[in-house]
Write a protein that binds this ligand. Sequence first.
Ligand SMILES: [Zn+2]
Length: 69
Amino acid sequence: MTEAPDSVICSAKGCTAVGVYAVVWNNPKIHDPDREKTWIACEEHRQYLSHFLDRRGFLRRVDRLGQGE
Ligand SMILES: [Zn+2]
C-alpha cells in the first residue's frame, strides 16, 4: 500500500492538475534500498514521469491513488 501524500498536485513541472497516480521510484546511488520516493502524476503526465524515471532505472511502480469515494 502506498499512503497518499499530502499534496496531490501533479509533480510535472508547471502542471497544476490533480494527480491520480503515485509514481514510486528510488535512486540507488543516493537512497537506501528500502527508501521510496513518490511523484504524483496526473493522467496526462503519468507516461512522461514514469518514462523519465524508467530511462534512468529508478522506476519501481505506478500506483493508482485511492480517490474512489
Ligand atoms: Zn500533470
